[in-house]
Ligand binder design. Structure first.
Ligand code: SF4
Length: 321
């Protein structure tokens, strides 16, 4: 059974906050708000592209602070999504931890919301304050508990490389997030987007974003930590849509359209390297048997793992599937 999300991005709608890294319109690739009528069209269109069998489809209201919308508007979006049942199997949404209360949860439950993803971002309050998140980590913990109590699944979104954070704080955040036992996690290394407060801080020289290498190394450890706890990481790195690809949209940071793939292949490179360093003598060739789906991750993006092993150890990597 393959899982699909039909994302409906509702940029900045309902959100009076201005987190320093956020330029919601750029992230969503949209410049206008989406109405329920437009959402209906989008869902119908995307459903028509999906396979008809062996699929599980969720409508996903992303991009803003969904439960910060007026209740009537939340309900209007729910009604639109609900009208597509049984062609869709569920509804999910993303929101802020401080926008979870009994009324919004009751409404979400009433309309069969399956998962609520919370923008937790950091477990360090000092980092949350510096980034003007407007909520504490304790509020995130309480929100996770409330969502669970309502019988709804919980996803957590966290960031790495935030202003005021470092690798230690990022790993601490991942540990704290794992201790909440979410049903899934998304990890977003911070990018410096044009027209954000973070861009000003960066241009004043007061913020040094993660390099791509830093982001890969940190995300690698985070991914392995969640894997050990059997918590699925469903996204690593921002979705790079048209808007983010435009010249000048991203000023700095670990921008890469396939960051998740880079991290996965780094994990495999580490394993290969460990194998080599445990050998008494380095072979000319290292022949590895992997399942078909693992071939590109093992060789690495643009053969980077094969090149690395050749340059560092003089070993030729051969993959058999
Ligand atoms: S709460 Fe979300 S939508 Fe609102 S400013 Fe912060 S990141 Fe952007």
């Amino acid at each position: 059974m393959r899982k699909y999300h039909i994302p409906i991005f509702i940029p900045h709608e309902g959100c009076p906050n201005d987190c320093i890294f956020c330029n919601q319109r750029k992230i969503c690739g949209l410049t206008t708000s989406v109405t329920p009528a437009e959402a209906k069209k989008l869902i119908a269109e995307q459903l028509s592209y999906l396979p008809q069998k062996e699929r599980e489809v969720e409508v996903a209201f992303f991009g803003g602070s969904f439960t910060g919308l007026p209740l009537k508007l939340q309900e209007a979006f729910y009604r639109v999504a609900d009208g597509f049942r049984p062609r869709i199997d569920g509804i999910r949404l993303s929101t802020r931890p401080d926008y979870i209360d009994a009324t919004t949860l009751a409404l979400a439950r009433q309309w069969g919301v399956t998962t609520i993803e919370l923008g937790v971002q950091s477990a360090v309050d000092e980092v949350l304050i510096k980034n003007r998140r407007g909520h504490t980590f304790a509020q995130s913990v309480a929100a996770v508990q409330e969502i669970r109590k309502a019988g709804i699944g919980v996803g957590v979104q966290m960031m790495t490389g935030m202003y005021g954070s470092d690798k230690e704080k990022d790993l601490y955040t991942a540990q704290k997030v794992a201790s909440l036992h979410p049903d899934c996690v998304r990890v977003y290394p911070v990018l410096v987007l044009k027209d954000t407060a973070l861009a000003d801080i960066y241009q004043q020289g007061e913020y040094q974003p993660q390099t791509l290498e830093d982001a890969i190394e940190t995300a690698k450890e985070i991914l392995q930590m969640f894997e050990k706890k059997q918590i699925p990481v469903i996204r690593l790195g921002l979705h790079i849509g048209e808007e983010l690809r435009q010249e000048g949209a991203v000023l700095a940071g670990p921008f890469h359209p396939a960051l998740g793939e880079l991290v996965e292949s780094r994990i495999r490179r580490d394993r290969l390297e460990e194998t080599l360093t445990q050998m008494e003598e380095l072979p000319k060739e290292l022949v590895v048997q992997v399942p078909l789906g693992e071939v590109s991750k093992t060789i690495g993006h643009k053969r980077c793992n094969a090149i690395y092993l050749k340059e560092k150890y003089g070993v030729t990597l051969k993959i058999r599937a």
